[in-house]
Design a protein around this ligand. Structure first.
Ligand SMILES: C[S@@+](CC[C@H](N)C(=O)[O-])C[C@H]1O[C@@H](n2cnc3c(N)ncnc32)[C@H](O)[C@@H]1O
Length: 184
């Protein structure tokens, strides 16, 4: 049976943030994300993070599997491109992106699929490009191995600037996540 689109109901409100995330604004204001360039948002949802970067002058591409999200993102953020694609197979040339974002998509993948995600992110990002990843932690006991150590291991051939467990803001409160600042 086809799974209902989380953006055709209120289900997406549990992670929705109507302003740019603190993690992203910190990465921009500190200069960590780098100068203006091309950014891909992996699992972009409604495109809120791209909207902020586009307003600063970045060129953005949002990738998501949800038709409902993409339909709304295209209206809300006309300055960016949006593509229906799987984050394990990004519709960009090698090294096209000077930065990558992921706020809450990585943990959707099965652990067995995550190495493919990591190698695809590596392919899409130019050498020296920055990747701001926020991987959510499970709410309840789970078989998911997500942890700081797990991410260090998966991204062992990247330069790891920081990996920190923290609360990330959503309109309805906070989610527990691991923020990773990575460099290819
Ligand atoms: C928790 S939501 C976060 C959305 C957005 N980044 C935000 O901050 O609001 C996760 C998103 O990842 C998308 N997604 C899940 N698995 C995906 C995959 N394999 N490829 C592309 N998008 C995926 C979902 O459709 C959803 O929009």
């Amino acid at each position: 049976m086809k799974r209902a689109d989380q953006y055709d109901s209120d289900e997406h409100l549990c992670w929705y943030l109507s302003r740019p995330s603190d993690e992203l604004t910190d990465a921009v204001r500190s200069g960590w994300l780098g100068g203006l360039g091309t950014v891909v948002d992996l699992g972009c949802g409604l495109g809120s993070e791209l909207s902020y970067l586009a307003g600063l002058g970045w060129s953005g591409l949002g990738v998501d599997l949800s038709e409902g999200a993409l339909r709304r993102a295209r209206v809300a953020v006309p300055a960016c491109q949006f593509a229906r694609a799987d984050v394990r197979r990004l519709p960009v040339h090698d090294g096209w992106a000077s930065a990558l974002l992921d706020r809450g998509c990585f943990h959707y993948l099965q652990p067995a699929d995550r190495p493919r995600y990591v190698s695809e992110a590596r392919r899409a990002l130019r050498s020296g490009g920055r990747f701001l990843l926020r991987a959510c932690l499970p709410h309840r006991p789970s078989a998911d191995p997500m942890s700081e150590e797990y991410l260090r291991d998966l991204f062992h051939d990247w330069r790891i600037h920081s990996i920190t467990e923290r609360g990330i803001p959503v309109d309805r409160g906070q989610l527990r996540a691991i923020e990773a600042r990575l460099e290819r």
